[in-house]
Design a protein around this ligand. Structure first.
Ligand code: NAD
Length: 491
């Protein structure tokens, strides 16, 4: 059985005083133990990052970018290996795991442009013989706390940008699928990143709480469920830290009657059941505007029944197991509520063995005020809510608790334009079911899907991990002499 350690100061670290099990979701078997950091181990990682900060901050922009370029090459070369680690601990199929590494790599590629991204402004002669310019400087030690569902991509929303800006980093990955973080740490070492610049502490609430209160941690990026995101935001800011905390989601796809229903059904099924619905941008509700409901449900059901579920490492599998037994049971408990009409029941025809299986499930005529519609289920359950108009559908989206992603499917440009303007959601797709922004834009939701005011990666990521400074300078000569107590104004 493997042991997943911390990574501190350029090397594996820690002792197994407290550990948690790691499972293979496809078999249900325990395959390893992950170390759970105590306060002293978190302090050790933060101290290593703090020691490494001055030299890394002073490394030239070109030098930092060169390390990122080398990391990008190593990441690309080891993509398969990282994907296999993810699949074995998360349960998602290999091709899906490869996809998440590729999306993370795009953030590395964005961060390689840091010399350009950190260019400030310069104004000559703001007053006679006086110039002004702006610069952005790193914060120091910053931390990332990440969820189980994207063990490579979500950390890579954070650390490529943070490191490129000159910060040092402590990552606290999910304890459910921690192995990818160690391989990534080793790739940084091989890329030539100085020891201590990137560290990993494995752990649970104990590690999170220490990161949130440690005086040397200047900023915290968090991605996870809404209750913990709210807690991290409130606790981190109360300790004077800059915090961005991304929370849960319940994403709707609004389908207008003029849409191509075959394309809609393909998109709804792909976005609903990819990664067994354990994606924060998964489509979990289809809002079918009358009169297309019956026809659309039939097409969705037909495609859903054809999905092949099986182990993530079997190339024939399209959908893998859920991450843990507890999570599978929680998702399945929504089916026991009896809300809506079961069209495809994911509790039937499951693979043999003790894997954490639940098949793709379709529920039709789900009431708008039901728990199934309102709550984040985070599993392979696709609800269809029937609505009579665009306005009714829009209202359901806008009165929901979350505002992460949404999509409209229509061939009417005017309706799509109205939707993108009126919907209260951070990421909007027009005939695109999972509108995850590219690395050079920023990712983040509204309402209970994000606490804080900065989204991740893109230019907002650069702003989050830097502080602005404006310098006003004058090079004196004897003609500038003389005392003047007035408020400085332009001359
Ligand atoms: P989670 O909130 O349980 O865990 C996230 C992180 O917080 C983990 O590192 C975990 O160890 C830590 N944590 C858990 N409980 C804690 C506690 N009581 N105190 C302090 N730290 C704690 O989330 P998860 O189950 O790993 O991930 C799934 C959730 O993440 C879903 O709600 C999903 O929507 C959300 N998510 C959101 C986005 C987004 O971009 N908004 C992206 C991915 C996932």
């Amino acid at each position: 059985m493997k042991h997943v350690t911390h990574w501190i100061d350029g090397a594996p670290a820690g002792t197994p005083e407290r550990t948690a099990p790691i499972f293979n979701p496809a078999t249900g078997a325990e395959t390893g133990r992950v170390f759970l950091a105590d306060v002293a181990q978190v302090d050790e990682a933060v101290a290593a990052a703090a020691r490494a900060f001055p030299a890394w901050r002073d490394a030239s922009l070109v030098k930092r970018a060169q390390v990122l370029f080398r990391f990008r090459e190593l990441l690309a070369a080891h993509k398969d290996e990282i994907a296999a680690l993810i699949s074995a601990e998360h349960g998602k199929v290999h091709s899906d795991a490869l996809g998440e590494v590729s999306r993370g790599q795009e953030v590395v590629e964005f961060a390689c442009g840091i010399p350009h991204l950190l260019k400030g402004g310069f104004s000559e002669n703001v007053s006679t013989n006086v110039d002004s310019f702006s610069i952005r400087q790193p914060l120091g030690v910053v931390a990332g706390i990440t969820p189980f569902n994207f063990p490579a991509m979500v950390p890579m929303w954070m650390f490529p940008v943070a490191l490129a800006c000159g910060n040092t980093f402590v990552l606290k990955p999910s304890e459910k699928d921690p192995s990818a973080s160690l391989l990534i740490a080793d790739l940084w070492r091989r890329a030539g990143l100085p020891d201590g610049v990137f560290n990993v502490v494995q752990g649970d609430k104990v590690a999170v709480d220490r990161l949130l209160s440690h005086p040397d941690v200047k900023a915290v990026s968090f991605v996870g469920s809404t209750p913990i995101a709210r807690y991290v935001y409130e606790t981190g800011t109360a300790h004077g830290k800059r915090v961005q905390a991304l929370g849960g989601a319940k994403n709707h796809m609004l389908v207008l009657p003029d849409a191509d229903l075959d394309l809609v059904a393909d998109s709804a099924v792909s976005a609903g059941f990819g990664s067994a619905g354990e994606r924060c941008m998964a489509i979990s509700v289809v809002l079918a505007v009358d009169p297309i409901g019956d026809q659309l449900v039939e097409k969705i059901a037909e495609r859903t029944r054809a999905i092949r579920i099986g182990p993530g490492d079997d190339p024939a599998s399209e959908m893998g197991a859920l991450v843990t037994r507890e999570h599978r049971d929680k998702v399945a408990s929504y089916l026991d509520l009896g809300e809506g009409k079961l069209v495809v029941d994911g509790r039937e025809n499951l693979p043999d063995g003790d894997g954490f299986w639940l098949g793709p499930t379709v529920l039709d005529h789900v009431p708008a005020n039901s728990r199934v519609h309102r709550e984040e289920i985070f599993g392979p359950v696709l609800s269809i809510v029937r609505v009579s108009s665009y306005e009714e559908g829009l209202n359901l989206i806008n009165t929901g608790e979350y505002g992460n992603g949404t999509a409209i499917f229509t061939n009417d440009g005017g309706a799509a334009r109205r939707f993108q303007n009126e919907v209260e959601v951070g990421m909007v797709g027009v005939n695109v079911p999972i509108p995850v922004p590219m690395a050079f834009y920023s990712f983040g939701g509204w309402k209970a899907s994000l606490f804080g005011d900065t989204h991740v990666h893109g230019v907002e990521g650069v702003h989050f991990y830097t502080r602005g400074k404006v310098i006003t300078s004058r090079w004196l000569d004897p003609s500038h002499g003389g005392v003047n107590l007035g408020f400085p104004t332009n001359r």
